[in-house]
Design a binder for this molecule. Structure first.
Ligand code: SF4
Length: 448
């Protein structure tokens, strides 16, 4: 049973020191009970209290890690039903399916697509993380050789897919050190697969034909000492898969039903033969609430939007994506190069820097911290106004980099030009375009 806020409060130091970011220990206790705070935010909890608070502070969906090192993938750890309540924590893992019945050229092509489809967007790196290696041949040596080839030729996290424990054991010979996900323990192979997971300290998937069967399997796995579990409800129709995802999340978070308190895996590859339909199904499951989706293959035109959707859903809705404040040099600028200024909303930065780059006129771009707000919003909120911009420009160090004293402000902040000239004596403040699309033409008129 989870502890109530008052029960948690009794275990806290009650000094109201505020170091956890809220004014009182009681407020912190209430946040902890609601899953809106991490116990680690209070540095003064005793070890004894910590042990008692573990249950209360543990997320209702257990966080599970697949793989090791920099490429380890964490899934689960969710604490809310809806993104606007707090945020979703660990993005859905995306896997490509490779079967041991495929010929070498097909395997190579899929590994190639796994490596090729990686993108940078608004300063974030978007990529798939997993390869699901499926046994279809029933040949342990063949399966092991394929797993070996994949681990040698990619940095992917691995899902070993077979219901035959001997085949899983063969796959483990090639990648146990990478802590793959063993898919799957079923009612027919539970003891042997649980044994493999325990022996190799690997996470294991519990696959049932319905949620009751899954709950029974996870109970047995936890009784066997395994807690790193991913669940597959077994549904392969869109409606049932969607319903199961919602029921699992709701049962774990609202009803505190521990046997379903694990991240899920959905094999969209087994739900349709139509790649576009599969992409749409995967998109729905990324939104609600799959921990991992296993796609039959990757196509750039469907994978990229899926990764962007995932990025949008798993960013913090209360914190706009922001770029670090500072001077950005675009195209090797010199002492006569233009100086422009904008805010640190990531999208604004990437549009403005992209347009400057497109102009082929080397420039300095000053990016000012406005808590991630766009130019118009930051200006309206009083964060991108002359008495804030002036001190930032002075301390930025730009005066040491250029001989001239001209600065271009965004057209949306034109009202600040007079005030900014007062804040920056000796500087001429030029009003640039309102829209990023007009920056290239504007810069062509630049004279130091
Ligand atoms: S940091 Fe700990 S002791 Fe300080 S107010 Fe927060 S909960 Fe209380």
């Amino acid at each position: 049973m989870a502890l109530t806020g008052i029960e948690i409060f009794k275990l806290l130091p009650k000094t109201n020191c505020k170091e956890c970011g809220v004014p009182t220990c009681l407020a912190f206790a209430m946040n902890l009970a609601a899953g809106k705070a991490e116990l680690s935010a209070c540095p003064y909890v005793s070890e004894e209290a910590k042990a008692q608070l573990q249950e209360a502070s543990a997320p209702p969906i257990r966080p599970i890690t697949i793989g090791v090192g920099d490429n380890a993938l964490k899934v689960g750890g969710e604490t809310v039903l809806f993104r606007h309540e707090k945020r979703f924590e660990n993005p859905t893992g995306v896997a490509i399916l490779i079967k041991d019945s495929m010929d070498d050229s097909e395997v190579d092509a899929r590994l190639g697509r796994f490596k090729q489809f990686q993108y940078e967007r608004v300063g974030l790196f978007l990529r798939p993380e997993l390869v699901a290696v499926k046994d279809e041949s029933g040949d342990a040596a063949k399966f092991e050789a394929l797993v070996n080839k994949i681990t040698q030729n990619s940095d992917a996290g691995i899902i070993l897919m077979s219901e035959n424990p001997d085949i899983l054991a063969a796959g483990l010979k090639a990648c146990a050190d990478k802590k793959p996900l063993l898919y799957a323990a079923t009612k027919d192979n539970l003891d042997k697969v649980a044994g493999l997971a325990k022996e190799n300290s690997c996470p294991v998937a519990a696959k049932g034909s319905n949620l009751d069967e899954v709950a029974d399997l996870t109970n047995k796995l936890t009784e066997a000492g395994l807690n790193d579990i991913v669940i597959d409800s077994g549904s392969r129709t869109v409606r049932q898969a969607f319903e199961d995802q919602v029921i699992i999340r709701n049962s774990a978070l609202v009803k505190k039903f521990k046997p379903l308190g694990f991240p899920t895996i959905v094999i969209t590859a087994e739900m349709t033969d139509d790649p576009m339909k599969e992409a749409v199904i995967a998109s729905m499951l990324v939104a609600k609430y799959a921990g991992i989706v296993v796609l039959s293959d990757f196509q750039g035109e469907s994978l990229f939007p899926l990764l962007v959707e995932r990025m949008n859903i798993y960013t913090d809705p209360q914190r706009p994506l922001a770029t670090t404040e500072g001077i950005y040099e675009i195209g090797d600028p010199g002492e006569n190069s233009p100086v422009l200024i904008t805010t640190n909303f990531s999208l604004t930065y990437f549009i403005v820097s992209g347009e400057i780059e497109g102009s082929k006129i080397p420039s300095y771009l000053l990016v000012m911290d406005t808590e991630g707000l766009s130019v118009m919003t930051a200006w309206a909120a009083g964060k991108f106004v002359s008495d804030a911009i002036g001190p930032f420009v002075k301390k930025s160090g730009i005066e040491d980099k250029v001989k001239h004293r001209k600065i271009v402000i965004p057209g949306y902040a034109a009202a600040e030009s007079g005030g900014l000239e007062e804040e920056l004596p000796g500087w001429e403040v030029l009003v640039g375009p309102r829209e990023g699309a007009n920056i290239q033409a504007y810069l062509k008129t630049w004279k130091p």
